[in-house]
Design a protein around this ligand. Structure first.
Ligand SMILES: C[S@@+](CC[C@H](N)C(=O)[O-])C[C@H]1O[C@@H](n2cnc3c(N)ncnc32)[C@H](O)[C@@H]1O
Length: 322
């Protein structure tokens, strides 16, 4: 195993024993759902930087493979939606983390009459060897883990996710991103990397890693401030850097007309003389009605004199035509 991965495991073994409010981002949202009570210790171990759980993603009979269980918060939230024995498989290589997640899930079963601990299966494993057959899983999720990986390891981890997902399956992912590449000296700091500070990519590189892995459609669902790195605290930096975290949904589907579809919340509005606009790509725009489009489709449609394009909101609704 690479040295930095050993450091990562040591950091999370410690964070399993003693909840660490500074680790990753404890500001990430905790869904308030009817009859969902979250154990205090599980909340204190919220080591995500956003959310990968969205009710609209979970269809009847869905199986979720969750990579990097932490205290089990998102595994419990997914189980709230799936409610079947073994419907959430949660993989983590750190024994202390799996054990604390098990204890937290037992407490969750005491607090929530609908929840059975066997809804979530805790498995020893890692992001590079997922315990699932090819094309077998409907949803894979990870929150604030993949940013820790070096470029080669990120490619391997994304390759594994892509391998196990069914055609049409969803990878729900959340990580910090940086506006400019971070200095190598900072990225080489294993503890900062493990603590989700120094391994992150630019948003373009992050989305590029997803499309390179084969995902044909990516919705950026949220983008929000994550950390302000100031040279006072990080002397290796010349300027302050605002890290953001993004939530994205990547689908194992073929590319669209313009190549991989990246949706950042842009819309196209046709204001011409006809009731609607149609082109050879299959794009249909009804006059006056905003239609979400991918960034590539927006670039193509921008050339049309009767179409107005709105800027990225970074909150895609996943309703894009193209
Ligand atoms: C930043 S925490 C995120 C935990 C959880 N996703 C959450 O949102 O609270 C990273 C998690 O990944 C686990 N982990 C570390 N190395 C891993 C690897 N190579 N493969 C899978 N999980 C790993 C850690 O033990 C820890 O539980």
């Amino acid at each position: 195993m690479n040295d930095y991965l050993q450091t990562v495991e040591a950091v999370y073994a410690e964070a399993a024993k003693t909840p660490d409010a500074e680790l990753c981002c404890t500001q990430s949202p905790v869904w308030r759902l009817p009859d969902l009570k979250i154990p205090e210790r599980m909340l204190a171990m919220n080591y995500g930087c956003g959310s990968t759980v969205h009710p609209r993603d979970i269809h009847e009979g869905a199986t979720v493979l969750y990579v990097g269980v932490g205290g089990g918060l998102e595994a419990l939230q997914f189980a709230y939606l799936t409610r079947r024995p073994g419907s959430v498989l949660a993989v983590d290589p750190v024994a202390e983390m799996r054990e604390q997640a098990r204890i937290n899930l037992e407490e969750a079963a005491r607090l929530n009459s609908w929840f059975q601990t066997d809804f979530v299966r805790l498995l020893d494993g890692d992001a590079f060897h997922l315990p699932a057959e090819n094309n077998s899983v409907s949803v894979v999720a990870q929150n604030c883990l993949f940013n820790i990986f070096t470029t080669g390891d990120l490619q391997r981890a994304l390759g594994e996710v892509f391998r196990v997902l069914r055609i049409g399956g969803l990878f729900s992912t959340c990580d910090p991103v940086t506006p400019v590449p971070l200095p190598e000296s900072l990225a080489d700091d294993e503890r900062l990397r493990a603590r989700c500070i120094s391994g992150c990519l630019t948003i373009d590189a992050y989305l590029g890693a997803l499309t390179d892995a084969g995902f044909g459609r990516i919705e950026v669902r949220s983008r929000s401030p994550y950390r302000y790195l100031h040279p006072r605290e990080y002397p290796l930096l010349k300027e302050p850097i605002l890290l953001e975290s993004i939530e994205a949904a990547a689908y194992k589907v073929p590319d669209g007309f313009d190549g991989p579809e990246i949706l950042t919340g842009r819309t196209a509005i046709y204001f011409g003389d006809q009731p609607s606009f149609t082109d050879q790509s299959g794009t249909v725009l009804r006059r006056g009605i905003p239609q979400e489009v991918s960034d590539a489709a927006a670039a193509r449609l921008q050339k049309h004199p009767d179409i107005f394009l709105t800027p990225s909101t970074w909150h895609s609704k996943g309703t894009a035509c193209c």
